[in-house]
Design a binder for this molecule. Sequence first.
Ligand SMILES: Cc1cc2nc3c(=O)[nH]c(=O)nc-3n(C[C@H](O)[C@H](O)[C@H](O)COP(=O)(O)O)c2cc1C
Length: 176
Amino acid sequence: MSNERPVPRNEEIELDNTKYIESETDTKGIITDANDYFCEISGYKKEELIGQPHNIVRHPDMPKIAFKLVWDRIKSGKNINAAIKNLAKDGRYYWVFTHFEIIRDINTKEITGYRAYRKAVSRHVKEILDPLYKKLVELEKEGGMEASEKYLNEVLAEAGEEVTFDNLLEEIHRLY
Ligand SMILES: Cc1cc2nc3c(=O)[nH]c(=O)nc-3n(C[C@H](O)[C@H](O)[C@H](O)COP(=O)(O)O)c2cc1C
């Protein structure tokens, strides 16, 4: 498979809000399973996805800090929710509310992988997160993840004491 990344274009893929985009990875984030809806929306065949790192659908508008928070959390064995803008094979984008879960060995209870379920995100959430993520990406270009983490923490603190990156989506519905 070629390593060339799709060239992003400013065109959104509308999701069917009755369907889930699902995938599973090993502990390193290599895709081990993908459902049909994931293939349909991303534009990749199942065999193009399996065995690839999950950043195959990473969009350049996504800040690194978002994935750091996701990985820190799931590696510690806890689930997390995050809104993610993804890049399809044809360069279009699609926003997903993503619920990350831990897969454990039934006997040893050791983490053997992760699973993600994704649903459509409301326009309201996208309108708030799009400029926030763009600002975080900008800060990362200048001052790395330290700068974006600091800014994100300030935004969360300003939104309220209980607001975390994990519950940001629900809080957006409540606050804005
Ligand atoms: C189960 C699972 C699902 C993931 N789903 C996505 C996804 O839909 N989009 C995405 O950009 N990254 C996803 N990631 C995170 C990627 O592994 C990766 O950290 C991210 O794309 C950033 O790429 P980078 O680590 O090369 O900077 C997922 C990770 C896991 C464990």
